[in-house]
Design a protein around this ligand. Structure first.
Ligand code: HEC
Ligand code: HEC
Length: 215
């Protein structure tokens, strides 16, 4: 699929059209990449992240991107480039993307609506709902809903968790400190660090199962 993306990109390289992104006041400057170049990238992203951005279970869990907050998406794509967030697969994907392409891709995936991938164990969903809505005061874990929202849709830099793949959420919460916030100085990932640390493995699985079924 990589070669398909490259071939498409080459075919359209001479047809570059100029258009400006809409929606962000700070992005008023005109950006140059072809519509077809963007389409080819989107197709490439979807070979891993699913045809509707719903996520995919391959050798790694490929997270859902559909309906994700665009600010969060942009920040994570920059985090991979700057190695604040370490992932060899995504580093190679994003290091070639221009800032305006990142903005356009984030907008595209935010606007997608996909049904949840499903497949998480049902048994712990009720416990997950309690943790999500009330936190675990005895373990110093705040309610997830306080930041991620009562429907887990997220806001701005705070990600949507609704419909996210169960194994992906489990993996993020159990490897937070080794994969995220790796750069010098603080980034947004620092907020989640103590929360992830204070959850036990069964609590992580419960809350990950609960959010995975939310639409
Ligand atoms: C070869 C497979 C592959 C391709 C192609 C790919 N990704 Fe990914 N992507 C992954 C994997 C695996 C992860 C999980 C990384 C981790 O565990 O930290 C990921 C994570 C992400 C994340 C972080 C999501 C989150 O919830 O924090 C974003 C954003 C993302 N990818 C966007 C993209 C975009 C945009 C493209 C196309 C330009 C793309 N990906 C292409 C495999 C891929
Ligand atoms: C104080 C606000 C806050 C609270 C409370 C909070 N989060 Fe977060 N969460 C964030 C922020 C901000 C991020 C984005 C971090 C980044 O930029 O790397 C995040 C990221 C995440 C991610 C990564 C999502 C992805 O797509 O990779 C998961 C999973 C997550 N939170 C789960 C939870 C769970 C489960 C709880 C409750 C036990 C919780 N959060 C409570 C603010 C919060």
């Amino acid at each position: 699929m990589k070669t398909l993306g490259l071939r498409l990109a080459l075919q359209v390289a001479t047809l570059a059209v100029v258009f400006s992104t809409v929606g962000h006041a700070e992005d008023r400057e005109r950006v140059t990449f072809s519509k077809q170049g963007l389409q080819a990238k989107i197709i490439y992203c979807k070979t891993c992240h699913g045809l509707s951005g719903e996520g995919y279970l391959g050798y790694f869990p490929m997270p859902r991107l559909a309906g994700q907050q665009s600010e969060y998406l942009e920040n994570q794509l920059r985090a991979f480039i700057e190695r604040r967030r370490t992932n060899p697969v995504m580093f190679n994907v994003v290091r070639v993307l221009s800032p305006s392409m990142i903005t356009a891709l984030a907008k595209h995936f935010m606007d997608l609506n996909a049904i949840p991938f499903g497949g998480a164990p049902r048994g712990a969903v009720a416990m997950g709902k309690t943790i999500y809505e009330e936190g675990l005061p005895e373990a110093n874990v705040p309610a997830c809903s306080a930041c991620h929202g009562s429907e887990a849709k997220g806001q701005g830099q705070i990600p949507r968790l609704a419909g996210q793949l169960f194994p992906y959420t489990v993996e993020q919460l159990t490897s937070w400190k080794t994969a995220r916030g790796r750069g010098p100085g603080n980034d947004t990932s620092a907020i989640m660090s103590p929360i992830a640390h204070n959850l036990t493995e069964s609590q992580v699985r419960a809350v990950a199962a609960y959010v995975s079924y939310l639409k």
